[in-house]
Write a protein that binds this ligand. Structure first.
Ligand SMILES: Cc1cc2nc3c(=O)[nH]c(=O)nc-3n(C[C@H](O)[C@H](O)[C@H](O)COP(=O)(O)OP(=O)(O)OC[C@H]3O[C@@H](n4cnc5c(N)ncnc54)[C@H](O)[C@@H]3O)c2cc1C
Length: 437
C-alpha cells in the first residue's frame, strides 16, 4: 500500500520540478518520482519550460500574479540557488492600453518600491542608446520601463534545479505515461506506454500542452469521460526565432532590456524580444498563437502538439518564420534588416480562457491532481510554484486561489485574453507539393 507521503509527478517542466523540489525540502523522507518522456538533461526537450531564455518580470495588471511574480523574483535576486540564472536587464514595454499605469498601481498597492515608470514615447525612444528608436509605435500610449525586470537562462536553470531535487532524494523516471490506474473512483498511479505501473497516494499531472490528449487516453482506457479536459485546456503553439549577432550589433545590443510590444486583446498577443545569450543569440517570439485540432483517438478531437516524438517543434513553416521576421521588424525596423534568422522552434503550452493556471484536485478521481496551464507566462514562477501546489495538495490553498485555479470554475469568453490561440496550425503550414504524374 502506497504511503501517505508518496507522489508521482508526471512532467518535468517548471510546474512538476518546482513541486518535487518543494516537496522534498518539506518532507525529506517522502517517496517522490518525476516521470517524463524526456531525460531532464537532454540537449533539447518538448517542454515549454526548456528554452534558451525566458522573461522574468512582475509587470502584471492582475494583482495576484504581480504579487506572486514579485515573490518569485525576490528568489531570483537573493537566493543563491536561483541567482545564477537571472539577468536584471530591465524591460521596455510599448503599451497600447493603460497597462503601464495598472502595473504601477499594483506595485503601489503591494507596497513595493521599484525603479519603474510610464515614459512618454519621445523620451523612451532615446533610451538604451536608441535601440528601439525605429520600433513600430502605432497606437502606443506610453512605454513602461521597469529596471528591475529581466530574463533567466531557462533550460540551464531547469536542469540544475532538477539535479538539486534529485540530489535531495527525488527519483526520475524517463517514460511515456499512457494512462492512469483507476480503481473505484480513485487514482492509484500511472501506467507507462511500455506497460509498467507506478503507484502512489498522489498523482499529479504537470503535463503542459499534452494534458488534454493524455486525459482523452485516460478517459478511453477507463471509460470515465469525466476525466477529459473539455474546454478547460487548449494546447497552443507559438514560434520563436533567433539570430546570432555580429560583433558590431552585439556591442550595441549586449546590455539591452527585454522588449515587449503590447497590444489590446482585440488586436492580438504581445510580442517579445529577449537580450542576447552568452552565445550572442537574440530571440523573439511571434504573434501567431495556434491550436492544432487532432483526432487523438477515434471520435476524440482535441488540440494537441503534432504526434511526433519531438512534437515536430523544429518543423517551422515559412508563414511562421515570417511571423518572426514581423516581430523583428516591429522592434528594430531598419536597424536589424540585415540580420539572418538562424534558429526557429515551435513551443507548445497549455491555455485556459482566463489565462489562469489550473492547480487543483481533478474532480473525476480522488488522488488525482492537475498543476499546469502556464498560458504563455508560467516560467517566471518556477521558484515558488511548488509551494502553492503543495498547499493545493494539502487543502490549505487560499480560497481566492482555489477559485482562480480550480478545475471546475466559470471560464470567461477567450476573446478577452489576447494570447488565447486564435489560429489553426493547418492554415499556417507550407503547401504540400505533390508529384505530377
Ligand atoms: C514560445 C514561448 C515563450 C514563453 N516565454 C515565457 C517567458 O518569457 N516567461 C514566462 O514566464 N513564461 C513563458 N512561457 C510560458 C512557460 O514556458 C510555460 O507556461 C511553462 O513552461 C509551462 O510549464 P509546464 O510545467 O506546465 O509544462 P512543460 O514545461 O511543457 O512541461 C510538461 C512536461 O510534461 C511532459 N509530458 C507530457 N505528457 C507526458 C506523458 N504522457 N508522459 C511523460 N511525460 C509527459 C513533457 O515531456 C514535458 O517535459 C513561454 C511559452 C512559450 C511557448
Amino acid at each position: 500500500m502506497a504511503s501517505d507521503k508518496s507522489y508521482i509527478i508526471v512532467g518535468a517542466g517548471v510546474f512538476g520540478v518546482s513541486t518535487a523540489f518543494h516537496l522534498i525540502k518539506k518532507y525529506p523522507n517522502a517517496d517522490i518520482t518525476i516521470v517524463d518522456r524526456d531525460a531532464f538533461d537532454q540537449d533539447t526537450r518538448v517542454a515549454a519550460s526548456w528554452d534558451w531564455n525566458k522573461v522574468v518580470r512582475a509587470d502584471y495588471d492582475d494583482i495576484v500574479y504581480c504579487k506572486m511574480a514579485l515573490e518569485s523574483q525576490d528568489m531570483f535576486q537573493n537566493d543563491l540557488l536561483w541567482k545564477p540564472y537571472f539577468y536584471q536587464t530591465g524591460i521596455y514595454w510599448m503599451c497600447r492600453s493603460d497597462y503601464a499605469q495598472e502595473v504601477i498601481d499594483n506595485y503601489k498597492k503591494l507596497g513595493r518600491s521599484a525603479d519603474l515608470a510610464a515614459v512618454p514615447i519621445d523620451e523612451a525612444r532615446k533610451m538604451y542608446g536608441g535601440l528601439f528608436e525605429d520600433a513600430d509605435y502605432t497606437g502606443v500610449k506610453e512605454v513602461l520601463i521597469n529596471k528591475t525586470s529581466g530574463w533567466a537562462t531557462a533550460g540551464e536553470c531547469l536542469i540544475n534545479i532538477t539535479r538539486e531535487a534529485l540530489r535531495l532524494g527525488v527519483k526520475y523516471k524517463q517514460a511515456e505515461v499512457a494512462s492512469l490506474l483507476l480503481d473505484n473512483g480513485r487514482c492509484a498511479g500511472i501506467k507507462t506506454g511500455a506497460g509498467e505501473t507506478l503507484t502512489a497516494k498522489h498523482t499529479l499531472l504537470c503535463t503542459g500542452a499534452y494534458t488534454p490528449k493524455l486525459l482523452e487516453y485516460c478517459a478511453q482506457a477507463s471509460g470515465n469521460n469525466e476525466l477529459c479536459a473539455g474546454d478547460r485546456i487548449v494546447a497552443g503553439g507559438i514560434t520563436t526565432g533567433m539570430t546570432r549577432l555580429d560583433e558590431e550589433s552585439y556591442r550595441r545590443f549586449a546590455s539591452m532590456p527585454v522588449g515587449v510590444q503590447g497590444y489590446t486583446a482585440e488586436a492580438g498577443p504581445f510580442i517579445g524580444s529577449l537580450p542576447p545569450t552568452r552565445d550572442r543569440e537574440l530571440k523573439w517570439w511571434g504573434q501567431k498563437i495556434f491550436k492544432n485540432d487532432t483526432e487523438v483517438l477515434p471520435g476524440r478531437i482535441v488540440s494537441a502538439p503534432p504526434a511526433k516524438r519531438d512534437y515536430g517543434q523544429w518543423d517551422v513553416s515559412s508563414k511562421l518564420k515570417e511571423d518572426i521576421d514581423y516581430a523583428n521588424h516591429v522592434f528594430y525596423g531598419k536597424n536589424s534588416a540585415h540580420w539572418n534568422m538562424e534558429k526557429h522552434r515551435i513551443c507548445w503550452d497549455a491555455f485556459t480562457s482566463s489565462s489562469d493556471f489550473i492547480i487543483s484536485p481533478h474532480t473525476a478521481a480522488k488522488g488525482l491532481y492537475v498543476a499546469t496551464c502556464g498560458n504563455f507566462h508560467g516560467w517566471k514562477f518556477f521558484p515558488v510554484l511548488g509551494k502553492y501546489i503543495i498547499s493545493m495538495l494539502e487543502g490549505t490553498l487560499e480560497p481566492e486561489l482555489c477559485e482562480k485555479w480550480g478545475w471546475d470554475r466559470e471560464r470567461p469568453d477567450p476573446k478577452f485574453f489576447a494570447d488565447f490561440p486564435r489560429h489553426d496550425m493547418k492554415d499556417l503550414l507550407d503547401p504540400v507539393r505533390t508529384a505530377k504524374l
